[in-house]
Write a protein of this length. Structure first.
Length: 268
């Protein structure tokens, strides 16, 4: 098998991201049978992009410019993020910035004990960000594991497994509420935060995309392919603008989302 190069993998990640974000933007009108494959495709994105974020950190010639690009495009994406995710939250660009800071701290501290002592602070910060705590955990594994064949597979499985456990816990929590007096109202409030019951069910199938991403990374041929330096930076805010604009036009969301508090349960 010839394998996939970096350019091809990044395109797969971007397509998976756009498809899965259709569920977030339009879940009110999508049937469950369509939401499931769309949500599953989202599992392709973060393992692949996370792997290349770590590669970028290791090989960048100017980390300050790396941070600046993430900051600029993260701020642009913030203009459209609430229209898709129904919440004000730090988007994936800021999640990546947090992980880069985490790598820097790990590299700079002479004693690893001190890093693990403050590592929970990164997880707390991640609660306010896209991909929640799964981002720092997965990317740190990509950074720390030295055996290349293991590094390409294990972090995705760990991150994806944790996400599915969290999704199942949320689904169980909502279902359990319906069994107690007055629980239906609380469940309805939770579903208003998390999307819908169908949305929660479909999110579990993201694990299939994660497994596919691990398989693809395992067969990454190590070649760069075409230049794709700006591909993700441009694609991320652009696809949010398109999906959010359509949701706004269809009346699925209105501008009041910009007045909401930070969402703690949205994972994109």
């Amino acid at each position: 098998m010839k394998g996939l190069n970096a350019y091809q993998l990044k395109w797969i990640a971007i397509i998976g991201m756009a498809l899965s974000h259709m569920v977030y933007a339009w879940h009110e009108i999508l049937p469950l049978w369509l939401m499931i494959p769309l949500a599953a495709s989202g599992g392709l994105t973060f393992p692949i992009m996370g792997y290349f974020v770590v590669e970028g950190y290791k090989h960048t010639s100017n980390l300050k410019k790396y941070f600046l690009r993430l900051l600029v495009f993260g701020l642009i994406a913030s203009l459209f993020y609430p229209l898709v995710f129904r919440a004000l939250q730090f988007n994936i660009m800021f999640s990546i910035m947090l992980c880069l800071v985490m790598f820097l701290v790990y590299d700079k501290l002479n004693g690893r004990f001190w890093f693990w002592l403050i590592f929970p602070l990164f997880l707390v910060a991640a609660l306010f960000m896209d991909w929640w705590i799964f981002g720092p955990i997965m990317l740190l594994l990509y950074y720390l594991i030295r055996t290349e064949s293991t590094r390409r597979v294990v972090p995705a499985l760990v991150g994806g497994g944790l996400f599915v456990l969290f999704a199942l816990w949320g689904l169980f929590q909502v279902r359990a509420l319906y069994a107690i007096p007055g629980g239906a109202e609380i469940a309805a409030e939770l579903l208003g935060t998390m999307g819908s019951m169908d949305f929660m069910i479909s999110s579990i199938f993201m694990i299939f995309g994660v497994l596919a991403a691990a398989y693809m990374l395992k067969h990454y041929n190590g070649e760069r392919g075409k230049s794709a330096k700006w591909l993700f930076y441009v694609a991320y805010p652009l696809h949010l603008a398109i999906l959010g604009g359509i949701a706004l036009a269809l009346g699925l969301v209105d501008l009041s989302v910009y007045s909401n508090l930070f969402g703690f349960f949205t994972i994109g």
